[in-house]
Design a protein around this ligand. Sequence first.
Ligand code: TPP
Ligand code: DXP
Ligand code: MG
Length: 614
Amino acid sequence: MKQTPLADPRPADIKGPEDLRAMSPGEVRRLVPEIRRLLVDTVTRTGGHLGPNLGVVELSVALHRVFESPRDAILWDTGHQSYVHKILTGRAGDLGTLRRRGGLSGYPSRAESPHDVIENSHASTVLSWAAGLARAHGLRGERDRAVVAVIGDGALTGGMAWEALNNIAAAPGRPVIVVLNDNTRSYGPTAGGIAEHLAALRTGTARDHLFESLGLARLGPVDGHDITALETALRHARDLGRSVVVHCVTEKGRGHAPAEQDEADRQHAVRPLAPGRPGGDGSPSWTAVFGRELARLGAERPDLVAVTAAMLHPTGLTEFAGRHPDRTLDVGIAEQHAVTTAAGLALGGMHPVVAIYATFLNRAYDQLLLDAALHRAPLTLVLDRAGVTGDDGPSHNGMWDLSLLNTVPGLRVAAPRDAATLRRALREAVAVHDGPTAVRFPKGTTGPDIPAVDTVRGVDVLRRGELADLLLVSVGAMGGTCLEIASLLALDGVGVTVVDPRWIKPVPQALVELSLGHRLVATVEDNGRAGGAGAAVAQALGDAGAPAPVRTFGLPQRFLDHGSRAEILESAGLTAPRIADTLAAALLYSRAAAAPAPLPVPRPPVPGSAVPPH
Ligand SMILES: Cc1ncc(C[n+]2csc(CCOP(=O)(O)OP(=O)(O)O)c2C)c(N)n1
Ligand SMILES: CC(=O)[C@@H](O)[C@H](O)COP(=O)(O)O
Ligand SMILES: [Mg+2]
């Protein structure tokens, strides 16, 4: 029996997309502003991607009214714009737990819902996922299951998207419905030729020679805020029986004036406004310290070029770009291209500084290895968000970069511990002319500067232990934690010397000498343990024949669920009390092991045994 129209349909009434499909157009029209209201009320409190989600309210509604998820797959590129999808798939009531440990992820999550299919928050992957899934449906004879891939205009500047389109176009029997969410922006305006082509399509001043030349059908441009027009286009795409690009034009931040008027990035990502949030310590963000110093360097060094992958402001390049627009390059969401084009800039006599988040370097490993390093290109990678970032979920933690960087011949890596050492490391890095360098630092504020009490052949000594029990090697921003560990162990009478190599690759020879005489060496880093800084130190000391055993502390090599940085570090045991406890036990063990062992007492002979005991 048809439900009576809901006078005021609310997001909480939707237990699943079938409830949405049962609504009349009138009910849907009344629902849309309620969804926007819920987004603004919630995300301004929890923090998250408010602008992107405000822009896809009507699009998400139309998708779930035309396609039958989860039988039909609706895949989201990057996934930061999937809050409305979550509301429409029965999770409106949990939206207040967004990005909180144990709460809703800020991206699709297969653990949350069968409607969530892919959860990698790295951009430009969705079309490859869709191509594979469509091919599987074809091979399994499940041709009635639609595969819908939603990709933003920013994500479409990623090379992987074009690799996928090339293959989708060549597989007519496995249709993919590509929904292009064209809001003309990544954070800022989307860069490059594709953006210009989309602009021409939006204004009708050009015929499509991009998608159709690949053999793909194209529908649109469609008003991405007109549900009727969207549903008509999506139904047509569904029934077309071949791969098609549905070009939807939307407005990032739609319906919320502060977002609509935000010229920087349409409130791409807003910080939580949770009351009573601990006030910062007043120290600047790592990003701000980097950006300021690079701008200074840009005035001193006319050969410096800043390269960004669609993240000019988030990576701190705003000031440099303002002062040196001719030496600032935004390549779009294209980290692979960013690294190799930087190698080209270096080839031509410039010194590029490529500013990207640590986790996104994963994508450009081969370019770093065989373009930058093999050619000894003098370029500098600046890796922001290195270490645990937390609330953006497992694919955003910067926990793989040191493991990757350690395998790159000739690459030098710095991990500053505070603002002063970051400024110093950046200057040292751009002064290297015979190969690539990298500087990595975490999300958040730098905290107070940590002075060295001594320096031994380039290795800073942060604290000298009275006894030579433990040499504690601090990596990057773990300096404060390591000093806390030393203080806790001192209460147990343990002598701890804390050192910070600052440049962690190659492992400084001075660490070998500093380790001599200590009963134990330990390393602490905000990176995965596998192949990290600690592993490299252990290998270097071992190779040098240094006798002290090495204990490495870092992140476990597993995908870390979303939560705050502090919660994740706690759950990973990467806190001073936990590490101090482990080291105290290890030192007690090593002390016992070093003590002369009592001679073994011979066992009395067993009566009747022929073999005398030995
Ligand atoms: C490989 C990679 N690089 C950078 C980012 C950071 N990032 C997240 S969303 C975004 C912009 C995406 O723009 P678009 O695809 O147009 O989506 P919109 O936010 O406009 O909906 C960027 C650069 C990322 N997630 N993945
Ligand atoms: C979705 C995405 O990749 C970024 O927008 C991510 O949310 C990083 O945010 P921060 O800049 O707050 O670390
Ligand atoms: Mg966009």
